[in-house]
Design a protein around this ligand. Sequence first.
Ligand SMILES: NC(=O)c1ccc[n+]([C@@H]2O[C@H](COP(=O)([O-])OP(=O)(O)OC[C@H]3O[C@@H](n4cnc5c(N)ncnc54)[C@H](O)[C@@H]3O)[C@@H](O)[C@H]2O)c1
Length: 298
Amino acid sequence: MGLLDGKVAVVTGGANGIGRGVSLELAAEGASVVVNDYGVSVDGRAPSSEPANAVVKEIESNGGRAVASPENIATMAGGESVVQTALDKFGDLHLVVCCAGILRERMIFNMSEEEWDAVIAVHLKGHFTVWRPASRYMREKRRGCLIGFTSTAGLEGSAGQPNYSAAKEGIVGLMRSTALAMAKYGVRANVISPEAMTRMTERLPDTRRGQVAAPPEGPAPVIAFLGSDRASHITGQVVHVRGNQVSVWSNPTPLRTVYREERWTAEKLADIWDNQLGQDRMRRLDRLGIQWPPTPQA
Ligand SMILES: NC(=O)c1ccc[n+]([C@@H]2O[C@H](COP(=O)([O-])OP(=O)(O)OC[C@H]3O[C@@H](n4cnc5c(N)ncnc54)[C@H](O)[C@@H]3O)[C@@H](O)[C@H]2O)c1
């Protein structure tokens, strides 16, 4: 008996790294799995259907049920086709997990439009393309679970990844909107913020790569749980997973507020800001040893 017996799941980017671990885990817990993967390099080039086929073979040889989908989920047609594959092959859909991702690192002042668009398309739009048809189906069925993938690069910022950081924080906004919109239909939405050693993290600078000593299979059981009926009360959450460490992050809330009867002037704000509002210091400034405020130039 598995926690997902009788359920049908879609995993985008399900043939490599974290997504591969998720595909195998969901199948081992009893789900029939659509393993979607465009089979591209980390920067999104040279598509191949081989990786998705290989994971399907692996699931089948373990006695599970799976079908490969080599679609590009950066397009509306691709996203719709992944959902349709679940309905055509397995006759239902309960769980969608969006692990597909690429990287095109560049500082904001050097980034090209193409680098920006490519990353936003796979990550942020790549959630919408699958969640829209999935949410339509789940709304009718009055049940279902959507799981997105964010990153501390979005939640905390990452200097060399403006496109990726924006997409990953955008996915949190999409998740919150979807969790609110779908609550009355009994459909849930959550996001995972993983840290795991994959080909993606091989590209991190040495100073950050050392922090990620966790296997790619780490997030898989968390996702199997969240996708199961045992988690039918959990929605709107950001869940961070590194190896065996699982954390629930806070939802943003005001820290301090000021109010006065008369309209504020810039000068009045300048007078009270530091004492009454202050700042919420970015955790990564200190962790990365970034000097702020900057030392005055000699
Ligand atoms: N590895 C980490 O520590 C880490 C940290 C934060 C967030 N993430 C996120 O976790 C997810 C999985 O990352 P990973 O490290 O396993 O990366 P990975 O490169 O090992 O796997 C990503 C998979 O997505 C597939 N893919 C890319 N573009 C696609 C498209 N258009 N359509 C369908 N499939 C596509 C690739 O072929 C690949 O198999 C990503 O969303 C990533 O941003 C990873």
